[in-house]
Design a binder for this molecule. Structure first.
Ligand SMILES: N[C@H](CCC[C@H](N)C(=O)O)C(=O)O
Length: 283
């Protein structure tokens, strides 16, 4: 049977893998939105398009459900690595992937390709690198004044941009109320991913996530890296942190060289083909 796509999830953050070596699809904004739509399409938190084999490099493109392209996705990288393993594209347990947000080093830790560790690179708090508009500064424990509320924020990039808000009480409702306001705030020229952070102890944090271009999600790998890195920068946690999310737990460890390592699971869901009618709607 011809396979047009393969669906996976990582702690409930689900992605559809479309392989250009097997499926010819115009990656237009409309097609991405249709495929990701939970009623009119397959439904997912995004599309992973690859492997784009360029010389010795394996490139991956990461598309959000709104059609925007992300520089990096932690869960997406783990899922894509599991796909490469499942499809026999790789014959080693460690390999590098090229994303818009830089190169990452992947290590498959188990025989089924379902437990994966990624060196996600280093983070920067520098405003112009995130980006955050205004005078050049390290965006650490700053005040964000909104029309109906004021928050303390720490912003960073790990390839994609993140705004972390340490709070005593966090909830799905809080993320859904303030996430979109902060995501689209004019101080973030490229928009931003938002994490509401509750520190449980020096080795455990909990986050609620509002993703740029995707909305509320049950888990996020880059958000886990960002929230743990912000908490570590603020002196609230040690360098090994379990990040608890509605979909599950990701292990983060921040090396002395500043590299952030993320370890988490991946689950395959299904593979499938688009109907003739769907192909007609996909321009
Ligand atoms: N929406 C994110 C990309 C996906 C991040 C998340 N799913 C992860 O696992 O890191 C962005 O626009 O930067």
């Amino acid at each position: 049977m011809k396979v047009d796509y393969v669906k996976y999830h990582a702690l409930g953050n689900d992605y559809i893998v479309i392989d250009p070596n097997k499926t010819r699809l115009n990656l237009t904004m409309e097609n991405i939105q249709l495929i990701c739509h939970r009623n009119f399409g397959i439904g997912s938190d995004g599309i992973l398009y690859g492997p784009i084999l360029d010389g010795g490099c394996i490139k991956l493109r990461i598309l959000n459900p709104d059609g925007s392209e992300a520089e990096k996705s932690g869960n997406g990288i783990r899922i894509f690595s599991s796909y490469l393993f499942d499809q026999g594209y790789i014959n080693t347990s460690s390999f590098t992937l090229d994303t818009l947000g830089g190169e990452v080093l992947v290590t498959i830790l188990d025989r089924k390709g379902e437990l994966i560790r990624v060196d996600m690179g280093t983070v920067t708090f520098l405003s112009e690198s995130i980006p955050v508009a205004g005078l050049s500064c390290q965006v650490i424990d700053e005040v964000l004044d909104l029309e109906k509320g004021s928050f303390r924020i720490t912003c960073l990039s790990i390839g994609n941009p993140h705004c972390v808000l340490p709070m005593d009480i966090i909830s799905e409702e809080l993320a859904k109320q303030w996430g979109p306001v902060i995501e689209n705030h004019p101080m973030f020229p490229n928009r931003i991913n938002v994490q509401f952070l509750k520190v449980l102890d020096r080795n455990n944090i909990r986050i609620e996530i509002w993703e740029r271009g995707a909305g509320y999600t049950l888990a996020s790998g880059s958000s886990s890296c960002a929230a743990a890195s912000a908490a570590y920068k603020l002196g609230l946690v040690d360098n090994q942190v379990k990040v608890h999310m509605p979909g599950g737990v990701i292990d983060i460890d921040i090396n002395t060289d500043g590299h952030v390592h993320m370890t988490g699971t991946v689950s395959s869901v299904a593979s499938g083909t688009f109907s003739d009618g769907m192909w007609q709607r996909l321009e």
